[in-house]
Design a binder for this molecule. Sequence first.
Ligand SMILES: Nc1ncnc2c1ncn2[C@@H]1O[C@H](COP(=O)(O)OP(=O)(O)O)[C@@H](O)[C@H]1O
Ligand SMILES: [Mg+2]
Length: 260
Amino acid sequence: MKNEALIHDGTVSFKGVWKDFGGVPVLRGIDLDIASGEILALLGQSGSGKTTLLRCVNGLEVIQKGTIEVGGELIQDSAKGKNSLSSDIAQIRQSIGIVFQQFNLFPHMTVMENICVAQIKVLGRSEEIARDRARSLLDRVGLLEKAESRPLQLSGGQQQRVAIARTLAMDPRVLLLDEVTSSLDPQMTNDVLRVIGDVAKDGITLIVVTHEMGFARHVANRAVFMHEGVVAEDAPAKELFENPQNENTKKFLAAVLSHQ
Ligand SMILES: Nc1ncnc2c1ncn2[C@@H]1O[C@H](COP(=O)(O)OP(=O)(O)O)[C@@H](O)[C@H]1O
Ligand SMILES: [Mg+2]
C-alpha cells in the first residue's frame, strides 16, 4: 500500500445520501458539508441514523444514493452501481479515524503494541518512530505509565483513552467518535472528554456523537440534530442548545437534559 495520504484536508461532504437496510430506509437524503477543522456534535434519538452516518464516512457501510466526499476525494458514489465505494477506499480510510463505544483494543497486545501495530504495518513507520509517537500520545492522554499494561488491566476510561491515542497515531484528518463515553462512569467520562476537548484544538475535523450535552455545547462549534434519517436541524452549537427551532430537537433536548 502506498504510504502518502490521498486526503489533503478534513472536509466531509454528503450529497443526497440514502442508505437502507433490507429495504428499510435509515438515511433519507442527507446533505451536509463539514469544513476542515470543524467540531460537529451529531445529536439525535437512538435509531435516528447517527452511527450509520459515521460508518458511511469511512466506507463501513455502502450507500444506495448520493455521494460522500472526504478531503475532496469521492469516497462513495452511488452512480458507480451496487458497490459505491472508491477503489482507493483502503488508502482513504487511513486518514479517517473512528472510535466506538466499545474500545476494541487487541487484548493479547500491550498498550504500546496496540498503538504501534497499524503505524508499522499500514503506514510503514519504523518501530522506533512508531514507539516515539505512541509515547507522546500516551503522555498526552495521561497514560504513559501504562505502556506495558494489557487492555484488561485498565479501567474502561483508560482503555478508551488508549483507543483514541491509537487512532490519533495514524494522523487522521477526520476523527469520528461514536458515543465513546456511553459505557463509562462520570469520572471516567470526564477524563475522556478532557482528552477529546484537547484533540479538538488540533485542527482535525471531529464528528462527535454524544449524549454529553454540556460537552457538546462547549466544545462543538456546530450541532446537527438527526431525526428519522434526515438532518432536522443544523446550527451553531450554542444556538441549537439555547434556541432550538425544530419541535423534535426541542423534545430531544428537554428529555436528555432532564436526565442530566
Ligand atoms: N446492520 C444493520 N442491519 C439492519 N438494520 C440496521 C443495521 N444497522 C442499523 N440498523 C437500523 O438503522 C436504524 C439507525 O440505526 P443507527 O444508525 O445505529 O442509529 P443511532 O446510531 O442514531 O442509534 C435503526 O433502526 C437500526 O435498527
Ligand atoms: Mg448509534
